[in-house]
Design a protein around this ligand. Structure first.
Ligand code: PLI
Length: 470
């Protein structure tokens, strides 16, 4: 099992390079600002990149969520929107695309991923139950907590070490899970929450062997396994590239097998499914589906639109079929890898191995002179914006929020700034410009001071918090 590099990827084709399996038909001009303008914009935004106006951003690496470029087929699909309140044909196309691609039986659309997280959490979690998961994700854990659940991190220890080269740092540590079951009893576990290419760990995948073993363990105790399928296509590309026995299988085949070990899934279609808005819930159990289908009309919309327009569902149905193609994933992850290898060559500390959707800069290694409560990753995202107008996102103590039981910050081991690469949006030249700006920020790291939080909202504070320079 080894990490593919752009070189080894090229070698598969007789020393020829890969390229994007598409060409560009429409372009959107970018804005270039001066450093003085950026100083002003950043201060007005309270040093929080979420609060910048996108017009003041040059290359936008805030997120890969809802930022994909849609294909001409998807745009054509938008014109086929059947905007009937009930029973839109686009819903049935979406349902078929999910059933065929992921293999689940019963499908509900939602307005985006957190809509699906809300419904599943409040349906299956009893107050006080534990929810073990392979590292937290912000909205996922919050919905679990709002439903009365208590999240427990059962990811392998390597996931918390940015330098560990473990090829599947998203894996669940089955011993940690077993210990939790032994200590509390299986009835106290609501379900195991598994995410593909674990976002907060640096886009790190889960292996097929791990999900299979997890299924067996959970079967022994009668515990359900629910999947956050948000970046599962990318997870399956890593299985194909790194895990023995999968090299000759398509991502589509790997995905069907992986999902077959889980009982249900929720999805932020704004990522892997190549659309700008949308999500879904998929379950195999009819009784659970009936409950969810009833609840969706309370919070999202009728069960055949779930808060989406017909045209959005059509674009998603087409996006799902495009996103599972091997050539799409080769270029999508190949581009992330290209950027990561440039930074690695320059000895800039990033989470290794390079993940699926983003490069994660290790802010602790950039700023060893800062305390975690000086918000090093928030500071790093601010410095990058000041240097070049590139917008990154904090994934450290600000994102982690507070423990509802103690009121203190959660102190995550990883303190990262995420350079998230939107799908099918930027070119290799943009990757070069990004790498050079990161290098400039790295070179200027010693004189940087941290930030203090001066405004803190109660929920998901990282979105709206404001900071001042120390
Ligand atoms: O942003 P939503 O509500 O469509 O989806 C929430 C969500 C659920 N799971 C995972 C793994 C996510 O990454 C996720 C959203 N992520 C965002 C917005 C991100 O920037 O990573």
């Amino acid at each position: 099992m080894s990490q593919p590099t752009s070189q080894t990827m090229g070698q598969q084709f007789g020393r020829r390079s890969w390229a994007e399996p598409w060409k560009i038909k429409m372009v959107e001009p970018l804005t270039v600002t001066t450093r003085a303008e950026r100083e002003k914009c950043l201060a007005e935004a309270g040093y929080n990149t979420f609060l910048l106006h996108s017009d003041d951003v040059y290359i936008d690496l805030l997120t890969d969520s809802g930022t994909s470029a849609m294909s001409d087929r998807q745009w054509a699909g938008m014109m086929l929107g059947d905007e009937a309140y009930a029973g839109s044909r686009n819903f049935y196309n979406l349902e078929a695309a999910i059933q065929e691609t992921y293999g689940y039986q019963h499908i509900l659309p939602t307005h985006q991923g957190r809509g699906a997280e809300h419904l599943i959490s409040r349906t299956v979690i009893k107050p006080g139950q534990l929810v073990p998961g392979n590292m937290y994700f912000t909205t996922t854990r919050l919905h679990q907590e709002l439903a009365g659940g208590v999240f427990h991190d059962v990811i392998i220890d390597e996931a918390h070490d940015p330098t560990s080269l473990h090829p599947f740092k998203g894996n669940i540590d089955l011993d940690k899970l077993q210990a939790l079951i032994d200590a509390h009893g299986a009835a106290q576990i609501a379900y195991v929450s598994v995410a593909g290419t674990v976002n907060m760990a640096g886009g790190q995948p889960v292996s097929m062997a791990n999900i299979k073993a997890l299924r067996a363990l959970c079967d022994r105790h009668g515990i359900k396994v629910y999947l956050d399928a948000t970046r599962m296509m990318e997870n399956c590309w890593f299985i194909q590239q790194r895990e023995e026995g999968h090299a000759d299988r398509s991502v589509a085949q790997i995905l069907r097998e992986f999902c077959s070990y889980t009982d249900a899934a929720w999805m932020s279609a704004k990522k892997d499914n190549l659309v700008n808005i949308g999500g879904w819930l998929a379950v195999n159990d009819w009784a659970l589906f009936e409950e969810l289908r009833n609840l969706v009309v309370v919070y999202e919309g009728l069960h055949t639109y779930g808060g989406l327009a017909g045209r959005d569902m059509e674009a998603m149905a087409i996006g799902i079929r495009e996103s599972v193609r091997d050539d799409h994933l080769r270029s999508r992850i190949g581009q992330v890898l290209y950027l990561g290898e440039l930074l690695t060559d320059w000895r800039i500390p990033i989470v290794q191995p390079i993940g699926g959707h983003a490069i994660f800069l290790d802010a602790r290694a950039f700023y060893p002179h800062l305390q975690q409560t000086d918000f090093p990753a928030q500071t790093l995202a601010a410095e990058l914006y000041l240097d070049s107008g590139i917008r990154a996102m904090e994934r450290g103590i600000a994102s982690a929020g507070r423990d509802p039981r103690t009121g203190d910050h959660y102190y995550p081991k990883l303190e990262l700034a995420r350079l998230t690469i939107p799908r099918r949006v930027y070119t290799q030249a943009h990757m070069d410009v990004i790498a050079e700006s990161v290098k400039a920020v790295w070179d200027g790291r010693e004189s940087v001071r941290g930030l203090k939080m001066v405004y803190e909202p109660k929920y998901l504070r990282f979105f709206q918090a404001r900071f001042e320079r120390l």
